[in-house]
Ligand binder design. Sequence first.
Ligand code: SAM
Ligand code: DTB
Ligand code: SF4
Length: 318
Amino acid sequence: MTPIRYDWTRDEIRRIYGLPLPDLIFQAQSVHREFHRANEVQLCRLLSIKTGGCPEDCAYCSQSAHYKTSVAREPLMNPVDVLAAARRAKDEGATRFCMGVAWRQVADGKEFDSVLEMVRAVAALDMEVCCTLGMLTESQALRLKDAGLTAYNHNLDTSPEFYGKIITTRTYEDRLQTIAHVRRAGITVCCGGIVGMGESDEDRIGLLHQLAQLCPHPESVPINALVPGEGTPLENAEELDSLVLVRTIATARLLMPGSRVRLAAGRRQMSRETEALCFLAGANSIFMGEKLLTAPNPSVDQDASMLHSLGLKAMQGV
Ligand code: SAM
Ligand code: DTB
Ligand code: SF4
């Protein structure tokens, strides 16, 4: 049985990340089979319940108020509409529903109460329910837990060294603190990052090192491929080498054997063969449906046909 470790060194991670690809994929796939059902993929559905106008300056994000993008600012959605979207997602086979808001941090008051109501309603559908609301205090995390929240998404995005090139309105330390609040409230942690922002191999290794030091490991590790948004500072970022994504996923799988590794944003531009390599490397979840938060994603039918062609099945139940 492969032990779960929290003391990986950067050198070890660098060595894994740089293995010949056949060795890397073989090792990742072996560990994957020890901890997971290799032919199953969890389908998750995202919904942006409060879009645009965000005070943070994340260089990859079309919801930041700092950049002139095509994403308009919208008010918080109504709980009835959110519940209807979650029901639809469940009917389409999703077992996890994730609500995103473009806030820097949660403020107590009417809007947070409304989010708590949405969490209660989605939890009653027997789906995993996840939120990503920005920074959070421990007492807010406890209220979310009480409402039935299963998971909280808060990404570290990249290495501590590269972070300041991407975001200046908050620090790495702020992120780690919210993650600790979530953990202390007994909510599972969803934490990952983005590749394709112009970071180096060393930055991807640094991100994976940070994630693998969290104890326990994040139960969910989304690996996003940048979706370059028009008007954002990264709109002309150099196109990602898909094997970099595959290496990042395989390394995440080897460092965090028990976690769900999610092939998150950016699949619309990917070939079926790249996706297949990501699944071989240990990814076992995707976001389904024509839209992520604001960016387009393959349709339900396209994904059904992609999964069918690979002989993969949607994970059932929660
Ligand atoms: N405002 C909250 C926050 O940042 O924590 C939640 C929403 S935010 C959109 C959730 C995550 O989506 C980000 O941390 C980032 O990793 C990812 N993301 C955002 N825009 C992206 C893009 N254009 N391409 C790929 N990933 C993106
Ligand atoms: C995550 O790591 N990726 C999802 C989810 N967590 C919230 C969000 C992807 C957003 C992609 C860009 C967009 O739709 O605006
Ligand atoms: Fe705001 Fe989140 Fe977008 Fe950053 S990623 S600008 S915090 S919505």
